[in-house]
Design a protein around this ligand. Sequence first.
Ligand code: TYD
Ligand code: MG
Length: 453
Amino acid sequence: MAKVKTTFFCQNCGTQYAKWQGQCSSCKEWNTLVEEVVQKEEKKGWKPTDTSSKRTAKPLRIQEIDGSQEMRMSSGGLEFDRVLGGGIVPGSVTLLGGEPGIGKSTLLLQIALHLPFKTLYVSGEESQKQIKMRAERIFPDSQQCYILTETKTQNIFKQIETTEPDILIIDSIQTLHTDYIESSAGSISQIRECTSELIKFAKETNTPVILIGHITKDGHIAGPKILEHMVDTVLQFEGDRNHVYRILRALKNRFGSTAELGIYEMLGKGLREVSNPSEILISKTEEELSGTAIAATLEGMRPLMIEVQALVSTAVYGTPQRTTTGYNVKRLNMLLAVLEKRAGFRLGAKDVFLNITGGISIEEPAIDLAVVAAILSSNEDVAIEKDFCFAAEIGLAGEIRPVQRVEQRILEAEKLGFSTIFVSKLNKLSIKNPQINIRRVSKIEDVVAFLFE
Ligand code: TYD
Ligand code: MG
């Protein structure tokens, strides 16, 4: 009998080793090497019936290459199409990652149900009955959506030959296994092999494939890093599980920009697209409350007005607490230090809590000024006018710095009926007769003087 061939794979980065060692010399993680059985066989996975793929490619002069736009299939969802860069590209392979329970299966099932093409949804996680129950709630009268519960790629390809779908969805890549590799489903070598079989299928039949991928506890897609290199597009579905809003963004896109963003709302009947996010992210209370300020941010190409809430109170314990939701704690500490040192506010003995409403998390520095305004408003217990908004970064010297594409933010604020927007003096503006009052500031003191005196 032939000796069984085994190799060691780092479960973190996918590097292969001939023998075990304690630390992966490529990614420097400890105890990540796992022995997996590999079996080399010539014939593998997807077998095309014609042999046209045998022809070898010839180099072409760049002028000779057909430069017409990639054809796109509309997914029936505007947000999903926009994130992909205009629709699904035939023959492309897309990977959708996200935390458990965030709604990956719901999103793709919903797309499968609404697509005007023949769709095959392969699930290795739920039974056909479970999927049916979910589909009933989302969109009960879909005609062309086929559901298959299967985890072996060879069987999936067999079913594809009879069903001939226009688009294939796999939920999830971690549950698949192929006959040609002996290690268990979800292991590095299985994921890599199944993905390459699916990619081969997509490229040879020009059928788009969408894969769902689990993520590890530190937020990366489980499996080898190479998985993200193999596929054409990597999407991430994120959001706070306790909130209704979900954000879809592209981390990698071979056919479009990665700046676009899709916003969804999770309802009892599936996900609803949010086409005007600014209006729902701002709470509409009648009375004026201290500690809230509105930031004009940009997510991708889209302006987004976001409400920042702060609570400043006297610390009960020796070390004051600094807690944030949706915002970087380190950045908050930096802003507090700037307020203390440059603007003379004594916040060192105060607890500071900061919350971005809607369960959205924001990295953009343009939110800085709104954060500072919310903190000061809570500290002074003076409400900021509800129709003021802010768009500027704060530097370590307490200076107010310009932000990119400020005009787009100003126009959005104007459109939503804000009366005043605070921006940096250094931002160059060329807006003609704005309806909104643009207040250009250069120091924190300027803002404080205007808001609280
Ligand atoms: P699911 O798509 O199963 O998550 P994932 O595949 O990312 O693990 O979504 C699960 C959550 O979505 C679950 O907690 C219930 C909620 N949900 C709704 O609120 N409304 C719905 O119509 C559906 C189908 C799910
Ligand atoms: Mg799922």
